[in-house]
Write a protein that binds this ligand. Structure first.
Ligand code: GLU
Ligand code: MG
Length: 625
C-alpha cells in the first residue's frame, strides 16, 4: 500500500452514489495515461520487493506473547528519514521505505530505491532485508519483535492484544477482534465497514480444521461466543455463518492482517509488461504452494497451509445477488470471485497467446469495454480493465471527488488497487518517469530474510529467463484456478500435483504442442529426466551463459538450492515446519489447539531462527539465516 491521502471517507450509503462517477473518471484517467505512455520505452528492468511484518510483544517472565497495537507510532519514526527527504531537509540516501498496512500491528517495507538489472543487485537483496529488520527493531522497545510470520497464530483469541480491547467495534462488528486492531488511518476502518455494508452481512471465513486424534468430530468450536448479541449481525454465526469442522473468522483483519512477499518489475514497455503478466499468472499458484507458511488460524491448526483463501473471503464484498444466491435485481452481475483472487484473463497480444486459454466466462462492464475500444484499446486490454471495473469503489474521499483526469489517477487506482489479484498489471502513474509494471503477489512471507531473498531472487531470475528464452507457460486459465485451490492443501508442495504446460520452449510451427499435464512440484521446479526441463535448471542454464562475480554466483546458487530442496521435499515449507513444531510441543494435546504457551514458544523459536541464533535444518538445510 502506498502513502495515503488524507480526507473524509464517505460511508457506504453515500459512497455508492458516486460509484459511477469514480468509474467514469477512472477510465478517463486510464486513457490519459495510456495515450501519453503507450509508446514509452525503458532501458532496463528495475524491480523491488515488499516485505510485510507483524509485530509481537513478549513477556519473558509470564512466558506470554501478544500482538502489539502500538506499531503506528513506530511507523512514524521509521518514515522520518523519508519525510525529511520529501521536505527537502535532507539529501540522505534512503535505505528502506516504510508503509502502513491494514493491521495496526503490521509494517510494510521496501528497499529505499529499486534494484537494477545487474546480478550484483541480486546480491544486495538479503542484506537490505536484514537491514530493514534491524531498522524496525531499533525503533522498538526490546520486548517487541518485528516478525515475518504470515499471521499471528492466535489472532482473534481472547487476551492476545497489547493493549487489550473488547471485540466490540462498529466497523468490523466481529465476535473476535476489536476495531482497534485496524490501522487508524480513516481509509482502513472505512474499507472494513463498507465491505460489510455492501455485502449486507459480515464477511464469512471458514477454513477446514485439521482433525487430530483428540479433535472432536464434528468440531463445533466452543470458543465462538455464540450468544453474544452486541450487534444485529452477531446472530450470523449461529445462523450458519460458522460452519462445523471449520475455523470460523468474521472480520477483514483475519485476511488483510496476513503478510506476504511481493515483487514488482518495471518492464521495457507495455507489451513486455503484458507478456510478463501472462507468463507469471500460471506460476502464481505454484509459488503459493511452495511458500506456504500459514497453517494456524485463530488458535487452531488448519487443514490448509496458506493464507490466500482467508484473505479472499475476508474482503469479499459481493452481495448475495452477485454471489448467485439470489436473482439479479439491484446488482448488475453475478461474479465468480472475490476482489482478492486469482486473475480471470490473460492480456498479452503475444504471438503465442491463443483465445482458448481465456476459458473463463469473463464478466466485464460492456459500456466501459466499448468506451475503451473506441479509444484505441485492443480487445484483451479493454476486457481486462472493464473486468476490474465491475467492482464498486469502496473508499471515496469527499474532498477528492473532482479531479483533473489528465493529471490524476486516484479514481483509476481506487478500483485498480482494490482488485487484489495474483498478478497485477500496473500502468505508470501520471507525469512520472516510472514505466509499465507487473506485480507478483501470491507468495507468503517466509520466516527468515534468507528465504525471502531466495524467493525474491528466484522470481526475478525467472522473469529474465522467460524473456530471454521466450518461454511459454500458457495453459487454460481454469487450470490455473484449479492449481490455486490445490495450492492450499496441507502439504501441497510435496503431496499434490499441479497442472503445468509440457512444452515451454518457443516453437515456430503453428502445430505447436499445447498440452498441459499434472506434475509434481519437484517436476515443475527441478525437471523430469526426459521431459519437462524444470524452472531451476532453466535458470541455471541462463546463468551459465552470463558473467557473474563469484560471490554473487554463490549466493544465487544457495537460493536456487533452497528452492530446489523445498520442491523435492528435502526441506520443509514454513507451514510444515510450524505445524510440526506445534504437534511436537509438550503442551500440545492432539486436539488442534495452539495454546498461549505453544504460541509463546513458537514465536520465540521463529524469532531465534530469523536472527540466526537457532538452526532449523529441516527448514533451511545447511543454509543459515
Ligand atoms: N497482505 C496482503 C497479502 O498477504 C497484500 C496486501 C498488499 O497488497 O499490500 O496478500
Ligand atoms: Mg502490502
Amino acid at each position: 500500500m502506498g502513502l495515503l491521502s488524507l480526507g473524509t471517507p464517505l460511508p457506504w450509503s453515500e459512497a455508492k452514489k458516486y460509484a459511477d462517477h469514480v468509474r467514469t473518471h477512472g477510465i478517463e484517467q486510464f486513457l490519459a495515461i495510456y495515450r501519453k505512455q503507450k509508446a514509452q520505452q525503458k532501458q532496463c528492468l528495475l524491480w523491488g520487493d515488499e516485505v510485510e511484518y507483524v509485530v509481537v510483544e513478549c513477556d519473558e517472565e509470564q512466558k506470554r506473547c501478544k500482538l502489539s497495537l502500538t506499531v503506528f507510532d513506530i511507523l512514524a519514526q521509521l518514515q522520518q528519514p523519508e519525510v525529511a527527504v520529501l521536505n527537502g531537509e535532507s539529501t540522505e540516501t534512503l535505505e528502506a521505505l516504510w508503509r502502513p498496512e491494514y493491521g495496526r500491528f503490521m509494517l510494510e517495507a521496501t528497499p529505499g530505491s529499486p534494484y537494477g538489472s545487474t546480478f550484483r543487485d541480486l546480491g544486495k537483496v538479503e542484506s537490505n532485508m536484514k537491514l530493514r529488520r534491524r531498522l524496525a527493531k531499533e525503533k522498538m522497545p526490546s520486548n517487541m519483535l518485528p516478525m515475518t510470520l504470515v499471521n499471528y497464530p492466535r489472532l482473534g483469541c481472547p487476551g492476545e492484544l497489547e493493549p487489550d480491547h473488547e471485540p466490540r467495534g462498529e466497523a468490523c462488528q466481529s465476535l473476535f477482534v476489536p476495531d482497534e486492531i485496524i490501522n487508524p488511518h480513516a481509509r482502513f476502518p472505512t474499507l472494513t465497514a463498507n465491505i460489510r455494508r455492501r455485502r449486507g452481512a459480515k464477511v464469512e471465513i471458514n477454513m477446514p480444521i485439521f482433525h487430530d486424534k483428540n479433535t472432536p468430530k464434528p468440531f463445533i468450536d466452543p470458543t465462538i461466543p455464540w450468544d453474544r448479541d452486541w450487534f444485529v449481525h452477531d446472530k450470523e454465526a449461529k445462523q450458519g455463518a460458522a460452519k462445523p469442522d471449520h475455523i470460523y473468522m468474521d472480520a477483514m483483519a483475519f485476511g488483510m492482517g496476513c503478510c506476504c512477499l511481493q515483487i514488482t518489475f518495471q518492464a521495457c514497455n507495455i507489451d513486455e509488461a503484458r507478456r510478463l503478466y501472462d507468463q507469471l499468472a500460471p506460476v502464481a499458484p505454484i509459488m503459493l504452494a511452495l511458500t506456504a507458511a500459514a497453517p494456524i488460524f485463530r488458535g487452531y491448526l488448519a487443514d490448509v497451509d496458506s493464507r490466500w483463501n482467508v484473505i479472499a473471503a475476508a474482503v469479499d464484498d459481493r452481495t448475495p445477488e452477485e454471489r448467485g444466491l439470489e436473482p439479479l435485481k439491484n446488482n448488475r452481475f453475478v461474479i465468480n470471485k472475490s476482489r482478492y483472487d486469482s486473475i480471470d484473463c490473460y492480456i498479452s497480444k503475444d504471438a503465442t497467446f491463443k483465445n482458448k486459454y481465456n476459458d473463463l466466462d469473463l464478466v466485464y462492464d460492456k459500456d466501459i469495454y466499448e468506451k475503451l475500444r473506441t479509444n484505441d484499446i485492443d480487445d484483451l486490454l479493454a476486457k481486462h480493465i472493464s473486468h476490474l471495473f465491475i467492482r464498486d469503489p469502496l473508499v471515496i474521499f469527499k474532498e477528492f471527488l473532482d479531479l483533473d483526469d489528465e493529471n490524476s489517477a486516484d479514481h483509476f487506482e481506487n478500483l485498480q488497487s482494490t482488485n487484489w489479484q495474483t498478478v497485477r498489471f500496473k500502468p505508470p502513474p501520471p507525469n512520472s518517469d516510472i514505466g509499465w509494471r507487473v506485480e507478483f503477489r501470491s507468495m507468503e512471507v517466509q520466516l527468515t530474510d534468507f528465504e525471502n531473498a531466495a524467493f525474491a531472487v528466484f522470481i526475478v531470475l525467472l522473469t529474465r529467463v522467460i524473456l530471454s528464452f521466450g518461454l511459454n507457460f500458457y495453459m487454460p486459465i481454469s487450470k490455473v484456478d484449479a492449481n490455486m485451490q490445490t495450492a492450499h492443501h496441507r502439504g501441497a508442495a510435496v503431496n499434490e500435483q499441479f497442472y503445468f504446460r509440457k512444452n515451454v520452449f518457443p516453437s515456430n510451427t503453428d502445430e505447436e504442442n499445447d498440452d498441459y499435464e499434472l506434475m509434481t512440484m519437484n517436476e515443475i521446479i527441478n525437471g523430469k529426466e526426459h521431459g519437462f526441463p524444470g524452472l531451476v535448471p532453466l535458470i541455471h542454464s541462463y546463468l551459465n551463459s552470463t558473467n557473474i562475480d563469484i560471490e554473487t554466483r554463490c549466493k544465487i546458487s544457495s537460493y536456487l538450492s533452497l528452492i530446489s530442496k523445498r520442491a523435492s521435499g528435502e526441506l520443509m515449507t514454513g507451514a510444515s515446519y510450524l505445524r510440526h513444531f506445534v504437534m511436537n510441543h509438550p503442551d500440545y494435546q492432539n486436539d488442534s489447539v495452539v495454546s498461549p504457551s505453544i504460541n509463546y514458544d513458537l514465536i520465540k523459536h521463529v524469532d531465534q531462527i530469523a536472527k540466526g541464533q537457532v538452526k532449523a535444518p529441516e527448514l533451511l538445510g545447511d543454509f543459515s539465516a
